[in-house]
Design a binder for this molecule. Structure first.
Ligand SMILES: Nc1ncnc2c1ncn2[C@@H]1O[C@H](COP(=O)(O)OP(=O)(O)OP(=O)(O)O)[C@@H](O)[C@H]1O
Length: 257
């Protein structure tokens, strides 16, 4: 097996007296989609924040591409190729798609010795990136505020891929989206992974996990309660890992399928 993209080794996190993570160990491969499941308060968001530089772990270590890794800020994680796409999207809504795509990385050309934005060149790059990904946007010059949630998410993911992202973390990416947009989003995740990018998706929807993930990792009360290939398990078995019930246990029906 090739070297994993990210390895978590006995990662813990305390918030004062609360032990949110009690020693988490698992890995994510290149091109692998891992669904992170668990009940409310299990520790999923805490874990994702630690990976993406939003929080420092209390103890434990991480290896990214075989090297010791600890991001002290989201921008440090981003520089390493790790980014989170949150529900509250990180695009600037009052500028257009092209400006969002290039934010801080604009192409310039010299006019009479003075650098000016090369809008045509940038538009060409964005048009190609979106076309390659099969993403259709009505106008690249539309302000992002006029785009749907699904289109915004697609732009964020395309931008991440274009700028050399290696591991993307998605925290409930489809919570605000309709059926068709969710289907497109799931397709896009598979496409992103097929380019060798690692994907971690937090979802409460069991069906989404089974549709998109290669592996399911279940967190329960701050520990890994299950780490299984999607093809080797079933929704009922995963529900039991989430709730800690036995196979015939009650309470399983409360988890959305
Ligand atoms: N900033 C904080 N201060 C104190 N406790 C926190 C903080 N953030 C999270 N916790 C606690 O840590 C534990 C794990 O929370 P976390 O948000 O990581 O869980 P989660 O699995 O993402 O839950 P959900 O699905 O509800 O978002 C919970 O007991 C939570 O109350």
């Amino acid at each position: 097996m090739s070297e994993p993209l990210l390895v978590l080794d006995d990662v813990t996190k305390n918030y004062g007296a609360i032990q949110a993570l009690k020693g988490i160990s698992f890995s994510i491969g290149r091109g692998e989609v891992v669904a992170l499941l668990g009940d409310n308060g299990a520790g999923k968001s805490t874990l994702v924040k630690i990976i993406s530089g939003g929080l420092e772990p209390t103890s434990g270590r991480m290896l990214f591409e075989g090297k010791e890794f600890l991001a002290r800020s989201p921008s440090e994680a981003k520089d390493a190729g790790i980014e989170t796409v949150y529900q509250d999207l990180s695009l600037c809504t009052n500028v257009d798609v092209v400006a969002n795509f290039f934010m801080g990385r604009e192409i310039t050309r010299k006019v009479l010795g003075v650098p000016v934005l090369d809008e045509r060149a940038m538009e060409g790059v964005v048009a190609k990136a979106l076309a390659d990904a099969g993403t259709r946007i009505p106008s690249l010059r539309a302000n992002v505020e006029h785009l749907s949630g699904g289109q915004r998410q697609a732009i964020e993911l395309n931008r991440f891929v274009h700028w050399g992202g290696k591991l993307v973390l998605l925290d409930e990416p489809f919570a605000a989206l309709g059926v068709e947009q969710t289907r497109r989003g799931l397709d896009m995740i598979r496409k992103v992974a097929s380019q060798g990018i690692g994907v971690v998706i937090i979802t409460h929807i069991m069906q989404q996990a089974f549709q998109v993930a290669d592996r399911i990792v279940v967190i329960r009360q701050g520990v890994v309660a299950g780490d299984v290939a999607t093809s080797q398990t079933s929704p009922d078995a995963v529900i039991n890992m989430i709730t800690g019930e036995t196979l015939a246990g009650a309470g399983a029906a409360s988890v959305a399928r």
